[in-house]
Design a binder for this molecule. Structure first.
Ligand code: GDP
Ligand code: MG
Length: 447
């Protein structure tokens, strides 16, 4: 596996956490030191290491685990979170658009694996149903065209090379119309030993001529800290849109390349993880960290923390719900409390067994605008009315309140209806708090 040394050190650290009797500052310090050492050994940028470990320490000492989650499990979650944050939160693969052809240009120094990853990408996207062609523009290295041809033939993908023409721009021009019939065209370019002036010029010119949708800088995983300056320079020359890190299989030092991406802000989009054409991975920070830390257990744990956080919030609200007298103020508080959790449909997705439920969208969102209106309506009620909602079921009062709130009587009735539904639900489930907790999540007042 990729970065297995780092992985085994981190797994060791995690087992220190889970094996501990309790979590105290000493343990947190030890854990943080372990992680620092592990990351530095794999060449992650020093500044980033300290930032990351500072975050872990602060959170570990400050934040409290949600109810139902042990402090140990929570610490594991914090380590996971911070590592993912370091690698970039989102999945950063390439978003292929309808643009025809969608052009991916590969740039990078000599021997970084451009030609190899061109074929890998060709294979990757062909397998996913796209019509792909490879274009070879490396006129610099003697056998470059043969290499591309051989690779393309081995995976049975259309390719365009030119052994006579020595100007890459001209080669592209001659193919421009021809490649329009493909969904994706992957352009392999020439490298140099260093980022020389003529390479910069060549890339600039090709960039202008080709106007690629994606410009991937290809770097090999073992270049360590120099990755940073290389990424910066290439970025200045053509504005790279992402990085592909190759030869992840061959080094324990890939931290340098990974931090280069984090520092320059050019997201890592693909990893090359071996010599075979299938050895390519779309980069996904969460999946990557999960594997580093030992996937199976972690997944279950993360799921648990997620669910417990949910339970805790629901329980708080549930208690209020059971408090006994249920009036408008409670109703308002509850709806607002639920809103704090985030979009309802997202919450539903996280609750086991709820994700598959078909719930009409407008039932999930008590819109902010409505909530605001309800606030005005409540403000137009007297204290007695707020505490005794039944009084309000009266036409005169409804009209008066509507006037005061600057809304229609229908809107006041809507709030009344919401109140009634919630109250009915409360009665229905009273006496069985567990059942309530369960149902509460699916049926927030009025939903
Ligand atoms: P280019 O000069 O940038 O086009 O680099 P090449 O594609 O020719 O690759 C240089 C060497 O690195 C070749 O021998 C490839 O087989 C090898 N290579 C490329 N990617 C990987 C990888 O992910 N893992 C391993 N182990 N070798 C790779
Ligand atoms: Mg090449």
């Amino acid at each position: 596996m990729v970065m297995d040394k780092l992985s085994s050190t981190l797994k060791n650290t995690l087992s220190k956490i889970t094996g501990a009797t309790f979590i105290d500052e000493n343990l947190v310090n030890e854990i943080v030191k372990d992680i620092q050492r592990a990351l530095l050994t794999s060449d992650v940028n020093v500044k980033l290491v300290f930032e990351l470990s500072k975050n872990i320490k602060e959170r570990a000492l400050k934040e409290k685990a949600p109810k139902g989650v042990g402090q140990k499990e929570f610490l594991v979650k914090i380590v996971y979170d911070e590592l993912v944050k370091f690698l970039g939160k989102e999945k950063k693969g390439i978003k292929i658009t309808k643009k025809q052809p969608f052009k991916i240009m590969l740039v990078g120094l000599f021997g970084t694996g451009k030609t190899t990853i061109a074929a890998k990408l060709g294979n990757y996207y062909t397998k996913r149903g796209h019509k792909v062609a490879l274009v070879g523009l490396d006129v610099y290295r003697p056998a470059a065209m043969d290499q591309l041809e051989q690779l393309a033939k081995s995976i049975n993908i259309p390719y365009y090379i030119n052994r006579e023409e020595k100007n890459p721009k001209k080669i592209w021009k001659s193919l421009k119309d021809e490649v329009k019939k493909y969904d994706i065209v992957i352009v392999d370019t020439a490298g140099r030993d260093a980022l020389s002036e003529d390479l910069v010029k060549e890339i600039e010119e090709l960039n202008k001529e080709i106007k690629p949708e994606e410009k991937l800088l290809v770097i090999n995983a073992d270049i360590g800290q120099t990755a940073e300056s290389q990424a910066k320079k290439f970025h200045e020359s053509c504005g790279i849109t992402g990085v592909a890190i190759t030869k992840m299989d061959g080094t324990a030092k890939a931290g340098g390349a990974l931090s280069a991406a984090a520092i320059t802000g050019a997201p890592v989009k693909f990893l090359g993880v071996g010599e075979k054409v299938d050895d390519i991975e779309e980069f996904n920070p969460e999946g990557f960290v999960s594997r580093l830390l030992g996937m199976g257990d972690l997944e279950a744990l993360l799921e648990k923390v997620r669910v417990e956080i949910d339970e805790e919030t629901a329980e708080d609200l549930g208690k209020k719900f059971l408090k006994g007298e249920f009036n408008f103020l409670d109703l308002y508080e509850q709806i607002q409390g639920m809103k704090k959790l985030g979009p309802m449909n997202k919450i539903m997705e996280m609750i086991p067994g709820m994700s598959g439920m078909k719930i009409p969208k407008d039932m999930l969102d008590v819109q902010d605008s409505k909530l605001k209106k309800w606030k005005f309506i409540m403000q137009s009620m007297t204290k007695t009315e707020l505490e005794n909602p039944d009084l309000v079921f009266n036409r005169k009062r409804i009209d008066r309140i509507a006037k005061g709130a600057g809304c229609t009587a229908t809107e006041v009735r809507e709030l009344l209806k919401q109140y009634r539904q919630s109250k009915k639900m409360m009665k229905m489930m009273k006496g069985d708090p567990n059942k309530l907790m369960k149902k509460f999540k699916g049926k927030i007042p009025g939903m």
